[in-house]
Design a protein around this ligand. Structure first.
Ligand code: NDP
Length: 338
């Protein structure tokens, strides 16, 4: 059983020295348990937070323990009455080949979900759920409004933009590099996409949002937020989903303190800013999401791109790269053939 262990906590950007690969015997299931073989491992930005021991909404990963994470797995051996060998499940097996489970927290993949099992980690799972709830419940998009979303080609952002279009909004993406921006417009159907690496980000955004911004789906923070804030319309909504630009920061940002500016904009423009943590806030609404998203998928209304990397030993480098924007689409490790 190959496992990726958190060898030490990163300070700033993680390096490969923070991870270690080890091999242990494959465990045997006891009565009421099953052995799961990981096929796909989801790599997600929140994992960077859990590698630190700063106080947060979940426990940090333990040093010298296997890293946690969502997986799609096959039941290899079962001593559990509700599961049979060969069943596909969504589990939290973490960064390893095999894990034991007593069935708690498992979700069995059935029917059309088996056509594309890895999507249970993204479009039809955690990241799609995040896009759907954050946009529809907090963003409350109305036809004709302008939505801006950053990390626009990523797992969450690409779905936010497409749902906004289905709801009749203008969707403007922000992404890293020309290739991603072209993809957002040509394949995802965004009305425009601005490259955040350009020096004239703020001017570009202003030019493409002539009527201001009604919804900013925030996943990034930093200079992207600084460019967006002056363009927010009165009564604008900001679902605060993530702040990936700061996940590797070890210190508070240098320079001017923008907090008073932000507070003043919230007041003057009567903005609604709401943070959310998907499973904690919306765990009871997964079925509603799953039904609607499955229907859109069945009707071919959504385009979705995965960035698949083979082999567990490549997971640390792929994860480090994601925090630098090297992934193009939802980052998934194919741990084994199915
Ligand atoms: P993505 O697939 O979008 O991958 C991360 C992307 O972030 C990179 O590809 C890069 O895209 C962008 N990025 C990284 N650093 C920067 C930076 N400094 N400035 C601008 N963009 C940057 O990841 P996800 O879709 O899985 O996650 C997106 C966000 O949603 C994250 O902040 C994550 O923490 C959050 N999230 C929150 C949840 C919640 O419950 N609140 C649940 C799930 C996700 P590019 O090259 O285009 O810049």
């Amino acid at each position: 059983n190959r496992r990726v262990i958190l060898a030490s906590r990163p300070h700033g950007a993680p390096t490969t020295a923070n991870f270690r690969l080890d091999t242990q015997p494959v465990p045997s299931p006891g009565e009421g348990e099953m052995l799961l073989r990981t096929v796909y491992l989801s790599l997600d930005p929140y994992m960077r937070g859990r590698m630190s021991d700063a106080p947060s909404y979940v426990e940090p990963f333990a040093v010298e323990d296997v890293l946690g994470g969502g997986t799609v797995a096959i039941v290899e051996q079962s001593r559990h009455p509700d599961y049979q060998q060969g069943d596909w499940v969504v589990s939290q097996s973490g960064w390893q080949d095999y894990a034991l489970s007593d069935g708690s927290g498992l979700f069995k993949l059935q029917g059309t979900a088996l056509k594309h099992p890895s999507w249970a980690l993204s479009l039809l799972g955690m990241t799609g759920f995040t896009a759907y709830m954050g946009l529809l419940d907090i963003g409350n998009p109305q036809p004709g409004e302008t939505l801006v979303v950053a990390a626009a080609t990523g797992a969450v952002g690409s779905v936010v933009g497409q749902i906004a279009k289905l709801k009749g909004c203008r969707a403007i993406g922000i992404a890293g590099g020309e290739e991603k921006c072209r993809y957002a417009i040509e394949k995802l159907g965004f009305d425009h996409c601005v490259d955040h690496r350009r020096d004239d980000l703020a001017q570009q955004l202003k030019q493409h949002c002539p009527d201001g911004i009604d919804i900013y789906f925030e996943s990034v923070g930093g200079k992207v937020f600084n460019a967006v804030l002056p363009l927010m319309n009165s009564k604008g909504r900001i679902p605060l989903c993530g702040l990936i630009a700061d996940y590797n920061s070890a210190d508070l940002p240098q320079g001017q303190d923008h907090l008073p500016l932000f507070q003043s904009a919230i007041l003057r423009k009567r903005l609604r800013v709401q943070g959310f943590i998907i499973n904690q806030d919306y765990g009871d609404r997964f079925a509603e999401f799953f039904q609607q998203m499955s229907q859109w998928v069945a009707e071919d209304r959504l385009v979705f791109r995965e960035h698949i990397v083979d082999e567990l030993e490549n997971a640390p480098e792929a994860f480090i790269g994601m925090l630098e924007g090297k992934n193009f689409g939802k980052l998934v490790i194919r741990v084994a053939a199915d």
